[in-house]
Design a protein around this ligand. Structure first.
Ligand code: M6R
Length: 621
């Protein structure tokens, strides 16, 4: 995915655009670029491969005086078509140099469009799919029914494009006007006083205005300093839009005194869990955010699929234990990228729960579309208001974790686990597998969790010290049972993506079937202990597993409930967490693992907010 911004107003556009790119750099950091009207009838463009800092250095060298205008667009790229080079960096210009475009997404029919342009001897100067858009607009503007009409030319081209795209165009002959469009990728309008913004998300303009407008599918917005108009690709303005007020403040999008966003986001977890619960239990009932499914439809559900990727998938694995236990419905958890390709058995009695922080992940979105094609009902758990996945779902529960800027998901995992519990309880309530007072009791237990998460955070300093001690290890293994198993997988994923360390999570009972061969002298093994009271049988089996690996030389790091004396003799390092209901333990046990991974990564000298090769949302399959 990429971050894109457009600005029209009274300030120097370059400053506004560069600041917006800084806030959206988490969306991609393969290259960055700006195009700003120069105030003398031309367009000044600068673009550079690599991080925004490279572009800023280039702007300093070139002299910022060229970028005097108050209309501009910008882009921060995560490469899909074409390598991350200067020449592939956005904005792209037409041959006259007067029109520029930035693009997020994929223009699927770019190849025939490119051939068409090449046949007319248009000089394409990049390997991207994006560049065709600007040349097509230039051609429509130069000649034919839309000649001289900037907006009309853009509309004519948009109607020809296939795929998923957000496009923002600026034209030197139309200062003070920006045309932007979206299909299946995000675009939000920021409404200021005497200034207007468009951005991939509200981070692009949050410091200037809190008033925003969410655009729908296949909509075009034309902004000027004085306002905006929204139409469909045919230019018809009878289309629905959703104005909203942003309740994230500027500070929520900044680092809050930490070196990295991710560290701030780990600290925000008690709030994320509490906010996610907020307002979802009213008049003795669990309520979702957007409910386009009747209770009867929920009663008719006879099986549940959970589809998600990465960390969201791990939250789904936790959900399986809770939903099956509370509803007695069979639950299958699927990697979204595998789901539709194996022809799953779906019908109108199937509920597909799609979990996604961004709501844009292509694998998950396509799984949702496949499920809908097969008539299944879709319930989205999402952190991004108005993103594509919740838009296409039949019901939505938003995690209210706020913006998550660190590429590695932390607070959104806890928020997802929390939201998934609410989904389980909503199903149990609708189906009558739990009495209302039981649902209320479970909810009260959930409500107590933010305080317990805060207690874990107060006691993680020894985890940091241990992480520094183990930072040079070649590998770390993670073991868990029951809901501790997905926690082990999540701990391993965090260590892989942040510290680039070989890390694997295993179901502890599976160890003897192969992975135990990996154990050698001094190998750190992190074990998530089940509660000795809540899961006594599993607890004693886990003690045996720890004994087995200790006997083979493993260095055991054990996460266990306070008061779990039986485990002490087997723990080379003990990390205690408060006691909690068994199903809710992942909300506590995951936190030390996040802290551990972040500290190992920092000790190894890595940028924990921007791990190599990764992007925050993955909008290609
Ligand atoms: O936005 P989504 O929740 O759909 O993203 C899913 C995964 O790409 C994401 O969780 C990824 O695994 C994170 N880097 C994990 O930290």
């Amino acid at each position: 995915m990429c971050g894109i911004v457009g600005y029209v107003g009274h300030r120097p556009a370059l400053d506004v655009v560069v600041e917006a790119l800084r806030r959206m750099e988490y969306r991609g950091y393969d290259s960055a670029g700006v195009a700003v009207l120069d105030g003398r009838g031309g367009l000044a463009v600068e673009r550079k491969a690599g991080r925004l800092a490279n572009l800023e250095a280039e702007l300093d060298d070139a002299g910022r005086d060229h970028f005097a205008g108050s209309t501009g667009i910008g882009h921060t790229r995560w490469a899909t078509h074409g390598r991350p080079t200067d020449r592939n960096a956005h904005p792209h210009r037409d041959a006259t140099g007067k029109i520029a475009v930035v693009h997020n997404g994929i223009i699927e029919n770019f190849a025939p469009l490119r051939h068409e342009l090449e046949a007319e001897h248009v000089d394409l100067r990049s390997d991207t799919d994006s560049e065709v858009a600007v040349h097509l607009v230039a051609r429509a503007y130069a000649d034919g029914p839309t000649a001289g009409d900037f907006v009309g030319s853009a509309l004519a081209v948009l109607r020809r494009l296939e795929g998923a795209f957000t496009l923002v165009f600026t034209h030197a002959d139309h200062p003070g006007t920006i045309v932007a469009a979206r299909r299946s990728t995000p675009l939000v309008v920021g409404v200021g006083e005497g200034e207007m913004f468009v951005g991939s998300d509200v981070a692009a303009f949050i410091e200037h205005t809190r008033e925003a407008v969410e655009l729908g599918q296949d909509q075009v917005v034309v902004i000027t300093a004085d306002g905006y108009t929204v139409t469909n690709f045919d230019g018809n303005d009878d289309v629905p839009t959703r104005p909203f007020t942003i309740d994230w403040d500027l500070e929520a999008a900044e680092k809050g005194g930490h070196d990295y966003f991710m560290l701030k986001e780990i600290e925000e977890q008690p709030q994320a869990v509490a906010d996610t619960l907020l307002g979802h239990f009213a008049n003795g009932r669990i309520v979702l955010d957007e409910q386009r499914l009747s209770d009867q439809e929920l009663r008719d559900v006879d099986k549940v699929f959970v589809v998600a990727c990465g960390t969201a998938y791990h939250s789904g694995l936790v959900a399986k234990y809770a939903i099956e236990h509370w509803t007695r419905l069979p639950v299958e958890v699927e990697l979204a990228s595998e789901f539709r390709y194996r022809d799953p058995v779906l019908d109108r009695s199937t509920l597909v729960v799609a979990i996604s922080q961004s709501g844009e992940t292509a694998d998950t979105l396509e799984a949702v579309r496949h499920a809908k094609d097969q008539k299944a009902r879709v319930l989205a758990v999402c952190n991004t208001n108005g993103a594509q996945i919740p838009r296409e779902a039949d019901a939505v529960l938003y995690t209210r974790a706020g913006p998550e800027i660190g590429v590695a998901s932390t607070k959104c995992f806890l928020a997802q686990v929390t939201a998934n519990y609410l989904v389980g309880l909503a199903l149990a309530q609708a189906r009558g597998t739990k009495y209302p007072d039981e649902v209320a009791r479970e909810y009260l237990e959930l409500e107590a969790m933010p305080q317990l998460v805060a207690r874990v955070l107060e006691t993680v300093e020894p985890v940091r010290a241990l992480a520094r001690e183990l930072a040079a290890s070649p590998a770390v293994l993670f073991l868990g049972r029951h809901v501790g198993y997905p926690v082990a997988l999540e701990g391993a994923l965090k260590l892989k993506e942040l510290a680039y360390m070989h890390a694997e999570g295993f179901a502890a009972g599976e160890l003897k079937h192969g992975p135990i061969a990996l154990i050698e002298d001094g190998l750190p093994v992190i074990v998530v202990m089940p509660s000795p009271k809540g899961r006594a049988v599993l607890h004693s089996k886990m003690l045996s597993n720890i004994r087995e690996i200790q006997a083979r030389g493993a260095r055991t790091v054990v996460i266990a409930e306070e008061g779990d004396e039986a485990v002490r003799p087997f723990a080379n390092h003990l990390i205690e967490i408060p006691a909690s209901p068994t199903l809710l333990q992942p909300l506590l046990a995951t936190v030390p693992l996040q802290v551990f991974a972040a500290e190992v990564a920092q000790t190894r000298g890595y940028d924990v907010d921007k791990p190599r090769n990764l992007a925050k949302s993955v909008t290609v399959e």
